[in-house]
Design a protein around this ligand. Structure first.
Ligand SMILES: C[S@@+](CC[C@H](N)C(=O)[O-])C[C@H]1O[C@@H](n2cnc3c(N)ncnc32)[C@H](O)[C@@H]1O
Length: 410
């Protein structure tokens, strides 16, 4: 192993969940425990300056930053649902205004629903195979809720209402809710499935208001968090710290962020909702097997077993390398980058992504400071991995995760 890895039990948080610190407003796959960010920022005495998360997902690095006193943070994600969740959590919104909007919203919606013919006048969303995934009644009620949310003038409040709406879309569809990927319920379950869409929505709206009021709003005092639906591109601006948990493989064979978010994104009217997984890291094609650096041997081993798979793996590392170059250009001298990542196994070959990240930052003028190994207890992930980091050695787990810390010494 080229870059030192230290098993650090302090970062295990066994038995703790995301909710232990900042309960999520909306489900999202492979979230990072905010506790990790909090403790690592504290360990490196980072309590001021600007923070970047180039793969912000539902925003746990912002929760960590806030807790450590950081006031200016910026995040990027290609998935519109992820950015919506992050935006709502970390935007200061007037709670009395949310409550007042809820009252008017409720009255208008119930008034509208009294006349069934009103629903027929609504525009149907362009959701692929809509009738395969939603009953007619559910489509009608969701369309009515969406119609009134679209009518909310204040953008932050409108986004706020889209959180319970998005959760309602998923819960009232024919998807099996326990899965992140889209699987339709069994036909016999569909026969008995008759969700109370309006009831579900208002219950979720209550929950969102409660969590936002108690866990997010009080911590937002002087902080600004800006989030963008985009891949990160360097601007004329340098950051003091990067805290992120990047994908650990392409979406097709690891975590399907796009697929998880498809219904919500389609109901929001996002045009390329079905294509998001292809746009994410490693979603494209590579014409050659990666042949440079410490990952080359591992990918070559995969190529001997399955050449096509090795091309897919190469596509992921090419994207990650490119992205690291862009991030490295955007960090102040002495600034730190902290990447929290899992090492996956492909065709029985354990891929040391933590080592790859350290190597690429070093190639870009950074010094590797430390990598901590932590045991995972809560993440929903495939379970094949190894703590050994030895080429080709596997164990039946995705039990460990790595916190890679580098410093800009250019
Ligand atoms: C492990 S998740 C981040 C989870 C986040 N820390 C949280 O707690 O929710 C990785 C994220 O990277 C995003 N992503 C993948 N490829 C990307 C890219 N090229 N540019 C920006 N975001 C990307 C995915 O949509 C996903 O939300």
């Amino acid at each position: 192993m080229k870059y030192q890895v230290v098993r650090n039990y302090q970062y295990d948080y066994l038995g703790q969940s995301y909710a232990s610190v900042y309960p999520n407003l909306h489900r999202y796959p492979a979230t990072m425990l905010p506790q990790i960010g909090i403790d690592i920022l504290r360990e490196f005495k980072i309590s001021k300056g600007t923070l970047l998360d180039p793969y912000c997902g539902s925003g746990s690095s912002f929760a960590s930053g806030l807790e450590c006193g950081l006031k200016e943070m910026e995040g990027y994600d290609i998935n519109p649902l992820a950015v919506l969740i992050s935006k709502v959590k970390f935007t200061k919104i007037s709670i009395p205004e949310i409550i007042e909007t809820r009252l008017i919203f409720r009255n208008d919606l119930y008034e509208f629903l009294k006349d069934e013919s009103n629903i027929k006048k609504l525009q149907r969303p362009s959701v692929t195979n809509i009738e395969f995934w939603f009953s007619q009644e559910v489509i009608g009620n969701l369309s009515a809720i969406k119609y009134f949310i679209d009518g909310i003038k204040n953008e932050s409040i409108r986004d706020f209402f889209f959180i319970p709406f998005s959760e309602t879309v998923r819960e009232c569809s024919y998807t099996r809710n326990s899965e992140f990927k889209l699987y339709r319920m069994k036909s016999e379950d569909i026969l008995n499935f008759n969700p109370d869409v309006i009831g579900v929505f208002f219950k979720k709206l209550e929950d969102t208001i409660y969590l936002y009021t108690n866990f997010y709003f009080p911590r937002l005092a002087a902080a600004t968090v800006k989030v963008y639906v985009s891949a990160f591109r360097p601007q004329n601006k340098l950051f003091d710290v990067v805290l992120t948990s990047p994908p650990y493989g392409d979406s097709r064979t690891t975590v399907a962020y796009g697929q998880f978010s498809t219904f919500s994104n389609e109901w929001f009217g996002i045009k390329n909702a079905r294509k998001i997984d292809q746009m994410l890291m490693g979603g494209g094609k590579s014409g050659y097997i990666i042949s440079e650096g410490l990952i080359a041997d591992y990918v070559t081993q995969i190529a001997k077993i399955d050449y096509k798979r090795a091309l897919d793996v190469s596509a992921f590392y090419k994207d990650l390398k490119y992205s690291i170059q862009k991030v490295a250009e955007s960090v102040n001298r002495r600034g730190k980058v902290i990447y929290v990542v899992g090492n996956r196994t492909v065709k029985q070959v354990l891929l040391p992504t933590d080592q790859f990240i350290a190597e690429k930052f070093e190639e870009n003028g950074f010094k590797h400071l430390i990598t901590y190994e932590r045991a995972i207890s809560n993440k929903v992930m495939p379970s094949k991995n190894s703590p050994t980091n030895k080429c080709g050695k596997t164990m039946n787990t995705m039990l460990y995760e790595y916190i890679v810390v580098c410093e800009n010494v250019k």
